[in-house]
Ligand binder design. Structure first.
Ligand SMILES: Cc1ncc(COP(=O)(O)O)c(C=O)c1O
Ligand SMILES: N[C@@H](CCCC[NH3+])C(=O)O
Length: 429
């Protein structure tokens, strides 16, 4: 069930009308539903209940502190990719001992910070990174728990920019090199080998490639065990897709079903091993936790009829939501108030564009929208990789963010134009 719906032709979020939110908080504003967020997390958590598992929310999808706080209190761990993300987890009251640190380019300072907070695990992506982490841990008199990110060479069948598990990818260690890399890691005195992980890509509608990748990891865990390297966790990454409303596209596998399929395989394998040794399963979902939790609320500034196209110029832009410009992503745009019949321009087709000085600044193309200047529109399913990819390009302020919780609207991040943009750091003579 969606927590966003039309009531008497007006879009509501958990019972609050979007025009009322625009009136109070202005536009552009990201509007999130707390109930939707918790439903999405619970789909994972409930399917994991009673098993040795941890859901580490991939906070790059949406790192609003209120969202992190809600998820942390629900028991989530976090998948981070920078020192900044770790500081945000801590600021939101999350537990660093449930944090895993992914990413191909961790700096010495980031490693120090994460070791200082005793995070659960570093997902290491290369041999040079193993050596750096070993040195940093040694200099602090600590041991770093590590997992190797293995590239299972499975085709995720998604946009090339968000597929990460193929041979040509910058991520992970090649499957064929994994054994040798674990052997190298086992020689390094300040590393403790605890796990294995992969992440093959994002927005995967079919979970078959995810399960194929899992099978490959299981194969490696057995090979490693035969060498005396016994791992304690298996991290299957994130990647489960969501329904963006694209016509003709398959529906995504429901998160709970996917998780159950993972455990079926893991349990069949455990039973066959006969050693009774438990292996914790870690999930790193991002988009499937927050994607349909948020809308981007925007106002139509002008309608412009060009020579070849009609433009609906709105006050949100690619600096607020980069997915269309970056990946040609199709995002659903809908009027907040449905009143087609009264409109003179019903049936008109528009490109929905922002005010930024780039032809690539579009949010939607060739959409039939009954709109006039001053109307409100929403971009649906905008909760993931929206605000976290926002910038101040064109010295635009960032959108506000609100969370609706059963009829109450909470401002969870102010609209902002950072002060440092106006502070002259050095005067150059
Ligand atoms: C290492 C890693 N884990 C998890 C995720 C989360 O992916 P998604 O948002 O597709 O679930 C990503 C991003 O794709 C990632 O790079
Ligand atoms: N930012 C991408 C997904 C990247 C996934 C990060 N590993 C998107 O908007 O779809």
């Amino acid at each position: 069930m969606s927590h966003f719906d039309y009531q008497n032709g007006v879009l509501h979020a958990e019972g609050v009308s979007l025009p009322a939110i625009a009136e109070t908080f202005g536009t552009p504003t990201y509007v999130y539903s707390k109930a939707q967020l918790l439903d999405n997390f619970d789909a994972y958590a409930n399917a994991c209940a009673g098993r040795d598992a941890l859901v580490c929310y991939a906070m790059k999808a949406n790192s609003n502190l209120a969202i992190l706080d809600l998820l942390a209190r629900r028991g989530a761990g976090f998948d981070i990719v920078s020192g900044g993300e770790l500081l945000r987890v801590i600021a939101a009251g999350g537990d660093p001992k449930k944090v895993i640190f992914s990413g191909v380019g961790k700096s010495v300072d980031e490693m120090r910070l994460a070791l200082g907070h005793d995070i659960l695990c570093f997902n290491v992506e290369s041999i040079p990174e193993l050596h750096r982490l070993n040195d940093v841990a040694g200099s602090l008199g600590k041991k770093a728990r590590i997992s190797l990110r293995v590239n299972p060479n499975v085709d995720a069948k998604t946009h090339p920019y968000i597929a990460t598990g193929l041979k040509a990818s910058k991520f992970g260690v090649a499957f064929d090199d994994a054994l040798a890399t674990y052997r190298t890691a086992a020689q390094l005195p300040n590393l403790e080998l605890v796990g294995i992980d992969c992440h093959i890509g994002s927005q995967l509608l079919d979970d078959t490639p995810l399960l194929e990748a899992l099978d490959r990891l299981i194969e490696l865990i057995d090979t490693l065990a035969a060498e005396g390297i016994h791992l304690h966790h298996l991290d299957v990454g994130g990647g489960l897709g969501i329904d963006y409303g694209v016509a003709g596209e398959d529906q995504p596998a429901p998160a709970g079903d996917y998780v159950r399929r993972v455990f079926q395989r893991v349990e069949a394998w455990r039973a066959a091993r006969h050693d009774g040794k438990g292996i914790k399963v870690i999930f790193e979902p991002g988009r499937s936790i927050v994607g349909n939790t948020g809308l981007l609320l925007t106002k139509v500034e002008f309608i412009k009829h060009g020579e070849e196209k009609n433009f609906c110029i709105v006050d949100a832009a690619m600096n607020d939501m980069a997915r269309p410009a970056l990946y040609q992503a199709w995002m659903d745009m809908q009027p907040v108030v449905r009143r087609e019949a009264q409109r003179q321009n019903a049936g008109a087709v528009y490109d929905v564009v922002g005010p930024i000085c780039e032809s690539g600044d579009w949010l939607a193309r060739d959409r039939e929208l009954p709109v006039e200047a001053g109307d409100l529109l929403v971009m649906k399913t905008a909760g993931a990789y929206g605000m976290t990819m926002a910038s101040n390009y064109n010295t635009r302020g960032r959108a506000a963010e609100v969370i609706v919780d059963g009829g109450q609207v909470h401002l969870v991040r102010r609209r902002e134009l950072p002060e440092e943009l106006f502070a002259l750091e050095s005067v150059i003579k």
